[in-house]
Design a binder for this molecule. Structure first.
Ligand SMILES: CC(C)(COP(=O)(O)OP(=O)(O)OC[C@H]1O[C@@H](n2cnc3c(N)ncnc32)[C@H](O)[C@@H]1OP(=O)(O)O)[C@@H](O)C(=O)NCCC(=O)NCCS
Length: 185
């Protein structure tokens, strides 16, 4: 595949700010997690398509932890930045903050990582531009993404091993330490 011109992360950095309106709230009056996920997906798409110059799809979402609730009336800003590129895949780091405009208080609600894949006109994964690492933050984010991918691979391998040896596991002992009642005998 043809190599495209390399780009720095600042080329594709995106911020989306949205007002949290009442229809976004759940029964408890807080903003639905799904609303925030949808906004994160938008930022990830915008960042990935800007870097790659291509149509992109979401492949994987890592570590979405909602650290603090978001209230109706707050201004939520999502900052997307490309952290890592593979051949056709890109990892987009997204930081979400929520601001109470009356008090000026700003909360960091979460940070997460979306893996997006660029597709060509044939709908197949296509090569994305290399990432130019301009400063120490760019290097740290790229290296962290390499390790996160490696840990995920190891986690999946470990889980497969556990499943292979399922019958040999001490299931009863394991379950006895958890809040469940096993009636499957
Ligand atoms: C993701 C997808 C493009 C992979 O296609 P594929 O033909 O299997 O291609 P490959 O195996 O070459 O994978 C392409 C890239 O995706 C990466 N990838 C695939 N699955 C992945 C996963 N679960 N997590 C992270 N990266 C993944 C591969 O590592 C590869 O990266 P690289 O090109 O940088 O080396 C394909 O499965 C797809 O289109 N999925 C649907 C995505 C979608 O519609 N999302 C919207 C959700 S509704």
């Amino acid at each position: 595949m043809e190599e495209k011109e390399a780009k720095p992360s600042r080329f594709s950095r995106i911020v989306i700010t949205e007002l949290m309106i009442p229809s976004y709230a759940n029964f408890g009056g807080k903003i639905h997690g799904g609303i925030l996920l949808s906004l994160m997906d938008k930022v990830a798409y915008a960042t990935a398509s800007k870097h790659s110059g291509a149509y992109c799809v979401t492949v994987s979402v890592d570590t979405v932890d909602f650290l603090q609730p978001v209230e109706v009336g707050e201004l939520v800003s999502l900052m997307g930045s490309i952290n890592y590129v593979g051949n056709s895949s890109m990892v987009i780091g997204i930081k979400v903050i929520s601001e109470n405009v009356k008090t000026g208080t700003i909360k960091h609600t979460n940070t997460c990582y979306f893996t997006m894949v660029a597709k060509g006109d044939d709908d197949k994964p296509t090569l994305v531009p290399k990432l130019i690492l301009e400063d120490k933050t760019d290097v740290r984010r790229f290296v962290e993404a390499i390790y996160r991918r490696q840990f995920k691979r190891e986690y999946e391998e470990n889980l497969s091993k556990i499943k292979e040896d399922w019958d040999k596991q001490e299931i009863e002992i394991l379950l006895s330490n958890h809040r469940c009642i096993n009636q499957s005998h």
